[in-house]
Design a protein around this ligand. Structure first.
Ligand code: NYM
Length: 212
């Protein structure tokens, strides 16, 4: 609904540790934007529906073993295979709410010990988000929330490292939202930030590529 072909959609990314609430908040944001008559879609990475996504899914559920570099490149390839569709959607006025993106890629792989610059390299040239929302939660607090699903990476010690890697990655442009507030408060803050971003993009803010 409401896709104005004159204006572009916004690329909004949600990042955070596992169990930080990204997925619930992403779908709330989608309903919010749709309710206002904006054209919007909910995306997530990894996108497990593709062939590459299947390989990633199998790795995450411990059904296959892969070299750390190899799985990093698969996560990246999974974004590259969606890049042109992403660009088309944005150009034709659809806002994308994306649950995880390149920052997850770099944070999780560098938490394993891969170099940050090495991790960033395959992401260069992907579309740069207009807004990065970081749902901030202490690893210990995330662990307390209803338990992990049992996938690879879902362990406290590893999440602590991922948390530190996110700290290194983020810059002043990221919007850090306290993920331990009541759900409704988080929702409200995210709505304000996203709406402002959508408006700015409609007014003609130029799109950019990573890392910029
Ligand atoms: N993950 C996700 C990565 O390690 N690299 C990436 O590039 C992305 C997008 O996959 N623990 C990790 C983070 C998560 C896991 O994500 C699966 P989800 O949001 O649980 O489906």
């Amino acid at each position: 609904s409401g896709g104005n072909s004159e204006s572009r959609g916004a690329l909004v990314v949600l990042e955070g540790l596992d169990r930080s609430g990204k997925t619930s908040q992403s779908s709330r944001l989608l309903s919010y934007l749709e309710g206002l008559g904006h054209s919007a879609e909910l995306w997530r990475f990894p996108d497990r529906s593709t062939d590459v996504g299947q390989m990633i899914s199998s790795y995450l559920s411990n059904k296959s073993q892969l070299d750390d570099h190899m799985i990093h490149l698969l996560f990246s390839a999974n974004r590259w295979e969606k890049r042109s569709l992403m660009e088309t959607k944005l150009k034709t006025g659809t806002t994308l709410i994306v649950d995880r993106y390149s920052y997850s890629g770099v944070a999780f792989s560098s938490a394993k010990g891969l170099g940050v610059e090495w991790c960033k390299a395959p992401e260069v040239g992907l579309l740069s988000p207009d807004l990065i929302l970081y749902l901030d939660i202490q690893p210990e607090k995330a662990t307390e929330r209803g338990g992990y699903g049992g996938e690879r990476y879902e362990q406290l010690e590893f999440q602590k490292k991922v948390s530190q890697c996110y700290q290194v990655l983020h810059d002043a442009s990221w919007k850090i939202v306290d993920a331990c507030q009541p759900m409704k408060d988080i929702e409200k803050q995210l709505q304000e930030l996203v709406l402002e971003c959508v408006m700015t993009c409609q007014k003609g803010k130029p799109p950019a590529n990573l890392w910029s």
